[in-house]
Design a protein around this ligand. Sequence first.
Ligand SMILES: [Zn+2]
Ligand SMILES: [Zn+2]
Length: 246
Amino acid sequence: MNQNLILAEKSLRINWKTWLAIFIVILILCKNNIQTGIFTILIGLLAVYFSHVCGHLYIFYPFTITHLYHHAHSHIYSHLIEILFEFFVFLCIPVSAAAIELMGFDIHNVFSVPAFIFVYLLYTTVHNINYSIFHVNGVHEFHHKSYTYNFGPDICDIVFGTKSGDGNGDRDGDSNIENTDHYLPNIFICGLATYFLQWLDWRPAFIGLYILTAVLFGLCTLYLFYKHMYEYERDHYNYLFHRKKM
Ligand SMILES: [Zn+2]
Ligand SMILES: [Zn+2]
């Protein structure tokens, strides 16, 4: 069997608690349509992974400058700017789906907006709290040193061969499988938050907040682009693009 799939199977076995907890959240959020919930979670995992990979592709510069700023700096503004980046980039799919629902189209059998929002909340809290504030392990710090590894979520890195758990890029052995038990409090709190969101008439507010975030994101991108357009900074950011073939 392919080495990545062997590692994925090991990871699923080691992290059974994480996947069971995610499955329980899907059961609660999408109790009338479990298949749609599972499908949306898979789409959400792939979307956040590939959006982050694109954040390191030169072709998307300077739209990715906020994420590169997060890599180059570690202070309150760099964290806030990264949260803005993740909100704007990761939520474009569910905000479009929420707008389609508001226009009167029924897409409940195809896509679950709450399930995608749950994936987003899980990713953004694991990244910005577990890794960036509590430093639960060195997995994400390694991404900041070697930006071709550990984009997250964990399972996507394993399947697509971008996982490194030991900090040296060596992909042999179990050291590449992260114990994701630290996701559990996030799954519980994000699941609960998304569940209560369903009780409110939240779609217009969600779309409004997204438009506001898009404006803020655009202003931050413009500001950072003009502030860092000097040769030295551009070279520094160029370093943060991954030019390796995936
Ligand atoms: Zn980071
Ligand atoms: Zn990154």
